[in-house]
Every structure is written in structure tokens, then in C-alpha cells.
Design a binder for this molecule. Structure first.
Ligand SMILES: Nc1ncnc2c1ncn2[C@@H]1O[C@H](COP(=O)(O)OP(=O)(O)OP(=O)(O)O)[C@@H](O)[C@H]1O
Length: 343
């Protein structure tokens, strides 16, 4: 198994590693050599335009389909030689939800407990604990078909957790959810990793990847176009700048003359200077200000956001969805939910 060194020399075992994953349908190449390395206990987000192959990656890693080429290990089990071991260690939720609408939430949970061969007592105990944890106690005796979109997603994740998976795949876990349900889901995902679970997430929401993921990969043309933390990805593309604000007009004028290549806001006494926000470039800017004896009252670093990164890397005009966009699949709302504005 791969390992990486982090946290002061502690080796971080890979929960998922893949090299050269390939998949084609007919003459259409969907995955053209995808490499992944995901340390245990982290959230990883796979981003990509529609049809980029995100679900295909999830299906391969969760053994639902086989790759045409490449190798992968999940939770220490090889995908080709120990698919059973992979299946026993993972949970999958998302576009292919396991929730049966005809039976109640509690019955769905108990069915899952049976599938995992838990004893009757253990099954009931686990079910009760998870229904409580996911705020589904009141709805437990109602048919799952009556649940809102957010409740169904929560039930789906609760069902997945019955088997205590070490790696969980969430395929677009918040698509179609309203802002409040989305934030609840984010909280659930954050809590999952605190218990050591590794979360592999696909999402169309750049904000979601930014919020949740330790590392993000952008899939494009069958390959990972870039991989890194949100901050690393944002630094890959130009557009970063430092904004200096002054209260003393003389200091502002002096900075304008000293720094040259700036965008001026004379009313706000603010200057925008191209800067990628790295320690090196920031220090160079501060040195120039110090040498000229100029003191700014406020300094803020602006990096491009993930939208900029996504467009630059994928060259797509296929705008990824943002939360609150109207063209979402219809889902019943959670009762009495306040509408909140995001972004
Ligand atoms: N069983 C299949 N047979 C033929 N083509 C397929 C099959 N499954 C997926 N594809 C094609 O493979 C490509 C990748 O599909 P996939 O569902 O992995 O994309 P995605 O990135 O998850 O997209 P989305 O964000 O729209 O869900 C698409 O062009 C899709 O049409």
C-alpha cells in the first residue's frame, strides 16, 4: 500500500490509490489513465464537467463495474484480486440510492442490518442510534417515499453506515438539495471524517469541494487535469492579487508611484497589485513597501476562486451548477425551511 508522510512524520496510509485507470464505452474513451492517491481519514472531491467520468470512477472503485486497464487499491484491498474485500470495507451512496420507498426508514435500516448479518439486538441498537444521529427518529415509522430529498439522503447515508465502512463514496450527495439540507449534509460529511472514515465525493458544486475537501481533483478529457488542495488549485491560474488600503492620501499617492503596475481605486484609497499570494511574492511586495517607508492600513490577499480554476482547467462553457440554481431536479423541501442566499 502507498503511504505519504504528513503530520510531523506520521505515515498516512492510502485509503484509495489508483494508477492508470482506463475505461471506454465503444470507441468513446471515458477514462484515459486516471491516477489517485487519497490518504485515510480525509475528504477527497472529484470535480469535472457533465460526462467527465466522475460516476464511472466511483463505479470502478466500488467494484460496480470493472476498468479496462490500470490498478487500484481501496482500504488495502486490490480491486481485481480482492473485490470482495473492497466491498466489505466500503459504502456507496448517491445517484444509485439504496433507499426503498415502499417501506419505512426504520425498515430500510433493519434490512441493511440483516444484509450485514448483525444480530436482531445489534441491528435494532445500530438502527436506533443512526436514526437518532441523522435526525430521523420522528420519520422512522413513515414510508421512505414520503421523505424530503434531504431526509432520503440522510437515510441513505445512515443505511450505508450500518456496515461501518472505512471508505464511503458519495456521488453528488447534495445535488437537488436546498441550502439548509446541503449544509446539514456538509456537517454529516465533516463528522464522518472525524471518526477516521475516508470520504470520496463527486460534486458539481465548486463551493462544496472548497468547503469540504482536503484535496480536489479536476477530471477533464479522461485525465486528472489538476490535483491539490483548493488553495493549491487556485494558485495554478493567474488572477491573484493583493489589495492595499490606505487612510493617509499621501501614503496612497506614494504607494501608487512606488508600485507602478497597479489598479487604482482613488475613492477608496486602495490599490490592487498582481500577486500570486505565495510567501515569496508577498515578501517581495512588503520589502518594496518597507524600503519606500510606506505603511498600508490594510492588506488582503485575493486568490482566484474554484470557478476560475474549473473554467481554466476544463476549458468548458458547461457551467457547473451553483447552489440555489433553479434548474435542479425537483425534490420536496424540508418542512419550514428558511430560504437563505448563498454567494
Ligand atoms: N453504460 C454506459 N454505456 C455507454 N456510455 C456510458 C455508460 N456509462 C457512462 N457512459 C458515458 O461515459 C461518460 C461519463 O459518464 P459519467 O456518468 O461517469 O460522467 P459524470 O462525470 O459522472 O457526469 P455527470 O456529472 O453528468 O453525472 C458519459 O459520456 C456517459 O454518457
Amino acid at each position: 500500500m502507498h503511504t505519504s508522510i504528513r503530520n510531523g512524520g506520521q505515515p498516512a496510509p492510502a485509503a484509495i490509490s489508483a494508477v492508470g485507470l482506463r475505461k471506454s464505452y465503444g470507441d468513446k474513451t471515458v477514462l484515459d489513465g486516471v491516477d489517485l492517491y487519497i490518504p485515510a481519514g480525509t475528504v477527497f472531491a472529484l470535480l469535472g464537467p457533465n460526462g467527465a467520468g466522475k460516476t464511472t470512477v466511483v463505479k470502478i472503485l466500488s467494484t460496480l463495474i470493472t476498468a479496462d486497464g490500470g490498478q487500484a487499491q481501496v482500504a488495502g484491498h486490490d480491486l481485481t484480486t480482492d473485490a470482495q474485500g473492497v466491498r466489505a470495507a466500503i459504502g456507496v451512496t448517491g445517484q444509485f440510492s439504496a433507499v426503498d420507498g415502499l417501506i419505512t426508514g426504520e425498515e430500510n435500516m433493519l434490512l441493511m442490518a440483516d444484509l450485514h448479518h448483525l444480530s436482531k439486538t445489534e441491528g435494532r441498537r445500530t438502527t436506533a442510534a443512526l436514526l437518532e444521529r441523522f435526525d430521523l427518529v420522528q420519520a422512522a415509522k413513515k414510508p421512505a417515499s414520503t421523505y424530503s430529498g434531504g431526509m432520503k439522503r440522510r437515510l441513505d447515508i445512515a443505511m450505508t453506515l450500518v456496515g461501518a465502512p472505512r471508505v464511503i463514496f458519495l456521488d453528488e450527495p447534495t445535488t437537488g438539495l436546498d441550502p439548509r439540507s446541503r449544509h446539514t449534509m456538509w456537517q454529516i460529511i465533516r463528522e464522518l471524517v472525524t471518526t477516521g472514515t475516508t470520504v470520496f465525493l463527486t460534486t458539481q458544486y465548486l463551493e462544496e469541494a472548497d468547503e469540504l475537501a482536503d484535496r480536489i481533483a479536476v477530471l477533464n478529457n479522461g485525465k486528472t487535469a489538476a490535483e491539490g488542495t483548493a488553495e493549491e488549485l487556485k494558485r495554478l491560474i493567474p488572477g491573484g492579487h493583493v489589495r492595499l488600503r490606505f487612510t493617509d492620501p499621501a501614503a496612497y499617492r506614494s504607494a501608487t508611484l512606488t508600485l507602478g503596475d497597479t489598479v487604482r481605486d482613488d475613492q477608496a484609497l486602495a490599490l490592487q497589485i498582481p500577486n500570486n499570494g505565495t510567501q515569496h511574492e508577498l515578501r517581495a511586495l512588503l520589502d518594496r513597501l518597507d524600503t519606500a517607508g510606506i505603511e498600508a492600513d490594510e492588506l488582503t490577499v485575493h486568490t482566484p476562486d474554484l470557478d476560475d480554476v474549473f473554467f481554466a482547467l476544463t476549458g468548458t462553457t458547461d457551467v457547473p451548477n451553483q447552489p440555489n440554481q433553479p434548474n435542479q431536479p425537483n425534490q420536496p423541501n424540508e418542512p419550514n425551511q428558511p430560504k437563505e442566499a448563498l454567494r
